[in-house]
Structures are given as C-alpha cells and as structure tokens.
Design a protein around this ligand. Structure first.
Ligand SMILES: Cc1cc2nc3c(=O)[nH]c(=O)nc-3n(C[C@H](O)[C@H](O)[C@H](O)COP(=O)(O)OP(=O)(O)OC[C@H]3O[C@@H](n4cnc5c(N)ncnc54)[C@H](O)[C@@H]3O)c2cc1C
Length: 498
C-alpha cells in the first residue's frame, strides 16, 4: 500500500496536517513512537488525578477570534469544554514583593495596569496599540487571503522584545511587568523577536481559556476526524529511517523493521531529529550541521500537585512569580539561586466547585542538572535521580508556600517531571520546551523553512513558524499550503466560521 502522505509524529502539528490533508482527500498515515498520541498535548493519570503536560491555557478562543475560527475549522470546538479565566485578572504577577495583574480586553488591560502605574498610562496605551498593529499586520495570523511571500514584516523579526518594550516606558518595573509572561516563549530580552511576544500577548489579552479536563480532548477529536476521513494512525511505531532514492524520499522504516511507502512526507519531529533519520546525499553536510547546531529553548521542571478534597481554593488565573527584581534570565541561574521564578497554574475540571482538584508549578531547569542520567529511561533512572527530584521539589514547594501558606498540608499526591521527561516523551533535544530559540540578531539562521533539501519531505510543528496552539496551527497551514495552496486553506477556514 502506498500512501499519499506519511506524517512522522502525532504532536499537534502532525495531527493538524493529518486533519487538513485527509479532509482534502489525501490518503494519510501518521506514525507515533509512543502508545499515546499528541506529544506535548498528552495528559497522564496518577492516583485518580489527571494532569496536562504541555497545553495549559489558550488565547483567542472568544467568538470571532482567531483560535475560535481555527477550532471550528479543525472541528475541535464541539469536543472541548472551555473555561474562561478571570477577565479582570487572568495573570497574577509577583515581583519585588508587589502584586500586579493582566486583564483581558485591550481597554481593560490598559485601565487595570495603569492603576499600578498611573504616570505611565500613555506609554501603556502606545505599547498596546503597537502590539495590536503587529498582530494585525500578518495576513496569515488574520486568516486572510495571501498575495505576498512575507508572512511577518521583517522589522518585527529583527527587533528584540527588550528594546521594543523599553521604547514605551523608562520605568524599569513596568518594563518587567510587560515582559512577565516571557516564560510562555522561554525568551530573552535581547534575542527574542518582538513578533513572538506580540502574537502571544495579543491572543491571551483577547481572551484566555483553560481546557476543562485536559488537552487530550483535542487529540481524541483530531484523531477521530482523521480516521473518519480515511487516514490511518500507527501507535507505538517509531520511525528510524527516511529512505530516499537519488532524487526524493520513498519510504520510512519503523523500529519493527517494516517499511511504508508514500508519495510525500511530513516530519512533525524536531528538525535535528529529522535529519538524523536521513542518510541520503540529498541532505548536504552544511544543511545537516546548521540544523543540528541550532540553539534550543530551555527546559523546565514541573511538579504536578493533586490536592486533598475541598482543601485548596480554585484560582481562575495563573501566577507568575519572580525572585529578585527582573523577570528575565530565569533560565540562566546559579545553583543557590534556583528557582528564580515559578509559574503556578490550576487545572480546570468538570464539576469544580470553589476548590481545585489539581495544579502544577514549574520552573526552568537546566539540562546540565540532569545530564548524569541522560542515558537512562523513564522509571529506570535510579535512586539518586529520585533524591535529586525530591530535593528540587522541596525547594519549589517551599517557595510556593510563601504565597499560599496552607498548600503543603493539602497536597495528597505529587509527581515530578524534568528535562529528561520532556526529552523522552516528545523526542526533543535536551527536553527543550518550545524547540528552536529564535534570535532577532540572526533572524535567517534561526528560522527553519517547512521545505527541506528533499523535494517531497516537509516539516511541521513548533520548529517552523512558532510554538503553542496558535503558532503550530499557523505552521500546519504553512506546511499544508505546499499541497493545497495557502488560499484554499484560508478560504476553507473562513467558510467554516460563516
Ligand atoms: C511545559 C509546556 C507547557 C506548554 N503550555 C502551553 C500552553 O499552555 N498553551 C499553548 O498554546 N502551548 C503550550 N505549550 C506549547 C505546545 O504544547 C507545543 O508548542 C506544541 O504542542 C508542539 O507541537 P508539535 O507539533 O511541535 O509536536 P510535539 O508535541 O513536539 O510532538 C512530536 C511528536 O512526535 C513524536 N515522535 C518523535 N520522534 C518520533 C519518531 N522517530 N517516530 C515517530 N514519532 C516520533 C513524539 O513522540 C511526539 O508525539 C507548552 C509546551 C510545554 C513543553
């Protein structure tokens, strides 16, 4: 059997491409190395608690907003239950002993933030106007017909988020507060291009939502649609080679030694891992080396907390905390100062009353700290690894307790993930959270095209375009445009929301 398109990996990008192409009549086959689909969208269950791993909240899901249109197009909306975060404070930020908040809706955001910084109202307004301008400048991010080849203006790629924010205010505290959610893209003030910051902020300020009962509902919905469209999904089927003839890719080889042929191929795995699967001369050494040496975003450690019944109040916002007086560089720490920051989020569960069932707290953790266990696998890393994790967890929970004094006594269960966990569940080098680190100083060198040096092999997922639900969805459109033409997809998306 020869498929039209083989897709390697069932992360969000793979599933979305599988959906779009199968809907257009392509006979697709998806291959996933694990028994669970979804990559970062996986959830896991322990001791009666269900935890999300890599999709905690989404922006722009209000009616008429971008993710609402995309959820409608991908036919996901009917299968998910959403809970809107607090409109007047969906992000709580603690810095320098003080508390600040982000509100939803642009006027509301300006109004609420100006209460903390009354003299800076004008600067905040100008900042917000520019965020909106950037968000509206990309036809791709506004799901419009595209008659040009540039998807994002080059100024927004070449300018750093730090200098962008500093151009609106001299107040160092406000500068920090405006950058406080940089954990969402593991950013650096002098490296991260402003479009990454602006597009992320824009979607969450528009509206921010939690997925009730977890992100696996998205995976199940997409997988079902793909199968209904005639697609096939192979689980527990790691691809070990992409086999090429002298002009193009012809088949993939699984770890079970089976070969599957297709006319076209899409890789949803990290580009560095993709080139590792290819021995062909079609991939020149210069390309291979460039892709393999690209810097990746940092990784983290997460503690998944299960609470005693009716003990911990449900917080309908996320909490970003920073030790010291800067929200930046928390990923670059000296051991005694760890953790320099945390992000604390509750999980939304059906039937939640005033109390939460579970939550998670995460902080950057360098791969170097777990390197000595790099040759081990999940569940078999040894007692010293468990001790290491417990020591770290103790520190993080202590810090959390300073903000929520009753928390420790109400934890009934917890589970800890490290960069090794992410590496082993998603296959990303060193457990990087969001893949390749974009750098506005080297914009071309840190962007990866959906096209590869093999004419019938394309890339998708968070490493092309951007990460997160929105970034990966737009990335999947860019990839599928190679098959269908971008405006066919744009028109379909618009029609599906009419
Ligand atoms: C901790 C964390 C929190 C996040 N929170 C949010 C959030 O709140 N909101 C948001 O929008 N985004 C969030 N993100 C980002 C978002 O989850 C990711 O950008 C997105 O899910 C990545 O999708 P992807 O398509 O690149 O695939 P990935 O999730 O990287 O999946 C790749 C898949 O390929 C499989 N694979 C790898 N190698 C092979 C092989 N050789 N053969 C077969 N299969 C293979 C893997 O097992 C995996 O299933 C978060 C990410 C992390 C890590």
């Amino acid at each position: 059997m020869k498929y039209d398109v083989i897709i390697i990996g069932t992360g969000l990008g793979g599933l979305l491409c599988g959906y779009t192409l199968s809907k257009h009549g392509y006979k697709v086959a998806l291959f996933e190395q694990h028994h669970q689909l979804g990559g970062c969208l996986q959830v896991f269950k322990r001791n009666g608690y269900t935890f999300d791993t890599g999709m905690h909240y989404l922006g722009g899901l209000g009616e008429g907003e971008i993710l609402h249109k995309l959820f409608t197009y991908f036919d996901i909306l009917k299968d998910v239950e959403l809970r809107k975060l607090d409109e007047n404070r969906f992000e709580k930020i603690t810095l320098g002993g003080k508390e600040y908040g982000y509100a939803m809706g642009y006027e509301n955001f300006i109004e609420q933030l100006s209460q903390y910084f009354p003299k800076e109202r004008e600067g905040i307004r100008n900042y917000i106007q520019e965020i909106q301008r950037i968000a509206h400048a990309s036809p791709l991010y506004n799901l419009q017909e595209i008659n040009q080849t540039t998807f994002i203006e080059s100024d927004f790629i070449k300018k750093s988020v730090g200098s962008f924010i500093a151009s609106f205010t001299d107040d160092p505290v406000l500068q920090n507060i405006l950058a406080a959610t940089n954990t969402l893209y593991a950013g650096y003030p002098d490296k991260t291009p402003v479009y990454v910051h602006a597009l992320t902020l824009h979607s969450y300020i528009s509206s921010a939502w939690r997925l009730v009962d977890g992100s696996h509902t998205i995976i199940e919905s997409l997988a079902k649609s793909i199968e209904n469209n005639g697609g096939v999904i192979y689980k527990n089927c790691k691809i070990e080679k992409i086999i090429c003839n002298h002009t193009e890719a012809v088949s993939v080889l699984t770890k079970w030694g089976e070969q599957f042929e297709a006319k076209q191929f899409i890789s949803n795995i990290h580009p560095a891992n993709t080139v590792d699967l290819i021995e062909s001369h079609l991939i020149r050494n210069a390309y291979r080396t460039r892709i393999q040496n690209m810097e990746n975003t940092a990784s983290n450690m997460t503690i998944y907390l299960g609470f005693k019944p009716n003990s911990v109040p449900y917080l309908n916002y996320n909490h970003y905390h920073f030790e010291g007086d800067s929200v930046w560089y928390a990923q670059d720490y000296k051991l005694p100062e760890w953790p320099k920051s945390f992000l604390y989020m509750m999980q939304a569960r059906e039937g939640d009353g005033p109390f939460a069932n579970s939550a998670q707290i995460s902080s950057y953790l360098s791969f170097d700290e777990v390197k000595k266990w790099e040759h081990t696998t999940v569940g078999k890393r040894g007692e010293d690894y468990i001790e290491f994790k417990e020591g770290k967890a103790e520190k993080m929970i202590q810090l959390l307790q300073q903000h929520y004094p009753e928390i420790k006594e109400n934890i009934a269960y917890y589970n800890i993930s490290t960069p090794l966990t992410y590496r082993d569940y998603t296959g990303t080098k060193n457990g990087s959270l969001f893949g390749i680190q974009r750098d506005c100083n080297f914009p071309v060198q840190t962007l990866v095209s959906q096209r590869t040096k093999i004419p019938n092999l394309f890339l998708t997922g968070q490493n092309i375009n951007s990460h997160g639900f929105l970034g990966v969805s737009i990335g999947s459109i860019i990839t599928c445009a190679e098959f269908l033409g971008v405006n066919t997809i744009m028109n379909d998306i618009q029609k599906s929301s009419e």
